[in-house]
Design a binder for this molecule. Structure first.
Ligand code: FES
Length: 174
């Protein structure tokens, strides 16, 4: 029998986990980002279709290789940003996502942060080679730093695994 205690997800999280909105790759995205969480090692891809003239998100989709909370957070986030100007989409915090979901368990806050970080990375990517608008910070925000790029995530996880292996080898030394 499993000793794991099931997490107390509220019904909205469970509903979006089972029936996520805007799930899937967007082939003709104007901006996209693939990012992973350094807290759990899960990945997410975020895709945006953007109206260049109005700087508005006209469509958003995602792919998640994360948990139920991340799938629900990403799903609700795609709905929250559709029709919003990029500046408004940028301002959305993981706390607002959590509120929209009726609350996330504390151990799952980082799953919402991953969704925001991936969105922000996608927005930042959109402005690569373009003039940076005043509202877009020059430096990465904490959410973007949490949602690291794929290569960086692999590097971090490999280093962690090597450290753990090293500790286990030491423990095993008579
Ligand atoms: Fe990794 Fe939720 S535990 S995204």
């Amino acid at each position: 029998m499993s000793s794991r205690i099931p997490l107390a997800y509220n019904p909205k999280v469970l509903e979006l986990f089972r029936n996520p909105k805007n799930l899937g790759k967007m082939e003709d995205a104007d901006a996209e980002a693939l990012a992973g969480s350094i807290a759990c090692g899960d990945m997410i891809a975020f895709y945006l279709k953007i109206d260049e003239k109005t700087q508005t998100v006209t469509a958003a989709t995602f792919e998640s290789y994360g948990c139920a909370a991340n799938i629900a957070a990403s799903s609700v986030l795609t709905e929250m940003i559709t029709g919003k100007r990029l500046e408004e989409a940028w301002q959305i915090s993981w706390k607002e996502i959590s509120e929209a979901l009726g609350g996330l368990p504390a151990v799952k806050f980082h799953c919402g942060i991953l969704a925001v970080g991936a969105l922000r990375r996608a927005i930042r990517t959109y402005f690569t080679g373009k003039e940076r608008p005043g509202w877009l910070p020059e430096q990465l925000t904490p959410d973007e730093k949490h949602a690291v790029e794929e290569e960086k995530l692999i590097e971090i996880l490999t280093r962690r695994a090597e450290r753990i292996e090293g500790q286990e080898e030491k423990k095993g030394t008579p």
